[in-house]
Design a protein around this ligand. Structure first.
Ligand code: LIP
Length: 302
């Protein structure tokens, strides 16, 4: 059987809009059912309800495909294989959702041979949709669920941010806007590396700091939206150590189709895997961006 990627894309977009309606209808003030690792690692009943809806829709539409979801993942037991697989984060940005900070999304990825092949990321608070199909480009659409003719999908990267088919110039690290996240891991060496890296990226060179002094750091609170912002060219880089495949699978396809690249957040990892946990997303065609990536790896490695 040949797999119809456009049909999968359309199915995922319809599911994303349904999930968006559930997320907007939920009351974030009284839905916290508990935490996972610590008080910064939050899960809500809405995360679980959205994942149940998504998995039942996908099970009906594509009964033979595998499904990996954040809320039903079992460490050590759930594996991403070469099979056609949906990789789903029902709410990426749960902390934002709980606080009513309007940056949260549903992230729906589809992989073939472990390669991100379709990606749909939808922020219902902004009605903002990002989509990508491998080989077919990636797009951003405003007022997406209303399908207003004055808001057609815009090809990524956005105008003025390069051309996905060429290698657009991306300056030095010191001219970059960089997305980072604190994540939910708040102790030990993992925390120290984050704190040290953020400091080195922002410290002024003039005062004897070892930093590259980027333009600034941004933490949107959603890995998937950070990757989409990188694909659009709204930020130049996004670094995080501690994500899972469901945080990145959809965005990965969207970024690659915008001419960007996911590499390892650890120095030297030009080739990286969906479940490597430590990522650096880079906008622009990867071939032209080795300098800024090496510069960033230098900051981590110091
Ligand atoms: C979270 C991300 C957040 C990131 C965390 C985690 P959740 O996902 O969106 O930006 O820092 O590592 O992945 O728990 O909201 O789905």
């Amino acid at each position: 059987d040949t797999i119809n990627l456009q049909e999968i894309h359309d199915t995922l977009v319809a599911i994303a809009f349904e999930a968006g309606r559930m997320i907007l209808a939920a009351d974030p003030s009284d839905i916290s059912t508990g935490t996972k690792m610590n008080s910064a690692d939050i899960v809500t009943e809405t995360d679980q309800a959205v994942e149940r809806m998504v998995s039942s829709r996908l099970q009906t539409a594509y009964p033979s495909f595998a499904f990996v979801g954040e809320e039903t993942y079992v460490a050590g037991t759930t594996h991403i294989t070469a099979a056609p697989t949906f990789i789903v984060d029902p709410i990426d940005g749960t902390t934002n959702f709980v606080h009513g900070f309007p940056f949260a999304c549903i992230s729906l990825g589809f992989t073939l041979d472990r390669v991100p092949t379709v990606g749909v990321v939808y922020n219902p608070f902004q009605d903002l949709l990002f989509t990508g199909i491998r080989g077919g480009g990636s797009y951003m659409q405003r007022n997406a669920s209303h399908q207003l003719p004055q808001f057609p999908p815009q090809r990524l990267p956005l105008a003025g941010k390069g051309d996905a088919s060429r290698a657009p110039a991306l300056g030095k690290l010191s001219a970059a806007l960089v997305a980072v996240e604190w994540g939910s891991q708040r102790e030990g060496e993992n925390f120290e590396v984050k704190a040290r890296t953020f400091r080195k990226l922002t410290a002024s060179n003039e005062n004897g700091g070892a930093g590259s002094m980027v333009h600034s750091l941004r933490s949107l609170g959603s890995a998937a939206l950070n990757i989409c912002a990188t694909a659009a060219g709204q930020v130049d880089l996004y670094w995080e150590g501690g994500c899972y495949a469901w945080d990145v699978a959809a965005g990965w396809c969207i970024l690659a189709e915008a001419g960007g690249r996911m590499v390892s957040g650890n120095p030297g990892g030009w080739e990286t895997e969906l479940d490597s946990r430590v990522y650096l997303a880079v906008r622009g065609a990867a071939a032209g961006q080795s300098e800024i990536v090496e510069e960033f790896w230098g900051v981590i490695g110091d």
